[in-house]
Design a protein around this ligand. Structure first.
Ligand code: FAS
Ligand code: PHB
Length: 389
């Protein structure tokens, strides 16, 4: 079999890229290791930058989001008994869109199926060959049979644990990593959100985040120990701990209910450079990871897709390699700014096991400066709504 672009990974990066290319007549095949339902069963991000929204519109997969998503003009930051708002609209003129990654992925799967574009589910043992030649190809096993797809390019959209990054020789790659000494225990409940905007809470007991998916589906997180296991936390224990970490008036009106999903995510910052090797391009979590505190994971995957999509378009339409040659440089310039913001938000809002009294004073001073400074709030707002592509 032959196609123009093989996309490894059927998560948001791969599906968005595939849909954008298809609409420009560029043929791509998506190889996904899991089933569609398995991919849709993952509960992850919730905040979309306007850049992502524009790409979804261009991909023809934004209709349900336009109907159902929430628009957030700001967020709340709380610490101990204080809280203050960050007004995105005032500082940036724009807002963020709240619409779960699961729904984005569902919409992209539906859009891809509607145009009859090829997605291979349960594609096992994907292997990328000849990425450093002009004739790359990809092999995989489906229903016990080895298949081969010859192509012009391979987009590695297979996430942090995928095969694409490992295809680039270690001698070519430089990995940067910071692992945080805590995780996030997240819960999804069919309850009304505690607040109409998100609450990011720094408390003496650790971080908490109050988010949502719709008027009767709430998403909450609390910082937890890396030694914790989901089964250590009953729903009641979670709700009790969340109440201790968020502002009292929010805790008083919190509506609790049975969890319909509960999971622990480790937190890390990670970037691999370069994001291109010959005809192989890494996109999204395959190349970088952020702690979710800044809501940047899904949104940096989108800007990668933007740069790669335009680079491939320039190649196929104008036979000009400038876009693909500069892909890694452009994508990394924006990624590192998102890494910084995510690291900064995580440092500002979490309690670290090794923090000494001076560190706690620094954290408190930073929160109070942010509370009182328009310029500091504008800087947070610019990063949160998304820096330009
Ligand atoms: P993904 O990991 O989503 O998709 C990769 C796809 O490739 C998967 O479907 C996988 O099955 C497939 N794959 C892997 N190996 C393969 C192989 N060898 N062959 C074929 N297919 C293969 N971001 C936020 O902004 N906010 C959050 O709250 C947030 N929470 C998160 C919680 C968790 C537990 C995780 C892991 C991530 C979270 N993220 C969050 C980040 C997340 O949203 C990612 O940024 C987003 O999924 C990136 O999308 P992709 O790059 O498509 O990678
Ligand atoms: C979410 O709704 O899952 C969410 C929102 C904001 C974040 C992280 C996660 O920073």
């Amino acid at each position: 079999m032959r196609t123009q672009v093989v996309i490894v990974g059927g998560g948001p990066s791969g599906l968005l890229l595939g849909q954008l290319l298809h609409r420009k007549g560029i043929d791509a095949v998506v190889l996904e290791r899991k089933t569609r339902d398995y991919v849709l069963g993952r509960i992850r991000a919730g905040i979309l930058e306007q850049g992502f929204v524009s790409l979804l519109r261009e991909a023809g997969a934004a209709e349900r989001m336009e109907r159902e998503a929430f628009i957030h003009d700001g967020t709340i930051i709380s610490y101990d008994d204080a809280q203050f708002g960050i007004d995105f609209k005032k500082h940036t003129g724009t807002s963020v869109v709240l619409y779960g990654q699961t729904e984005v992925t569902r919409d992209l799967y539906d859009a891809r199926a509607a145009v009859g574009a090829k997605t291979v589910f349960e594609a096992a043992d994907v292997a990328i060959h000849g990425a450093d030649t002009d004739a790359p190809y990809v092999t995989y096993v489906k229903d016990g049979r080895e298949e081969r797809i010859d192509c012009d390019f391979v987009a590695g959209c297979d996430g942090f644990h995928g095969v694409s990054r490992q295809t680039i020789p270690e001698s070519v790659r430089t990995d940067y990593e910071k692992v945080y000494p805590f995780g996030w225990l997240g819960i999804l409940s069919e309850t009304p959100p505690v607040n109409d905007e998100l609450i990011y809470a720094n408390s003496t007991r650790g971080f908490a985040l109050c988010s949502m998916r719709n008027a009767n589906l709430s998403r909450y997180y609390i910082q937890c120990s890396l030694s914790d296991h989901v089964e250590d936390w009953s729903d009641q224990a979670f709700w009790d701990e969340l109440r201790r970490r968020i502002p009292a008036e929010a805790a008083d009106r919190l509506v609790t209910g049975p969890s319909i999903e509960k999971s622990i995510a480790p937190l890390r910052s990670f970037v691999t450079e370069p994001m291109r090797w010959g005809r192989l391009f890494l996109c999204g979590d395959a190349a970088h990871i952020v702690p979710p505190t800044g809501a940047k994971g899904l949104n940096t995957a989108a800007s990668d897709v933007h740069y790669l999509y335009h680079g491939l378009l320039q190649w196929y339409e104008e036979k000009d390699a400038e876009g693909i040659d500069r892909y890694s440089e452009k994508a990394l310039a924006r990624i590192w700014k998102a890494e910084r913001f995510s690291w900064w938000m995580t440092s500002l809002l979490h309690r670290f096991p090794d923090q000494d009294p001076f560190d706690l004073k620094m954290q408190r001073a930073e929160l109070e400066f942010l509370r009182d400074s328009d310029a500091a709030q504008a800087a947070l707002a610019q990063n949160y709504v998304g820096l330009p592509y």
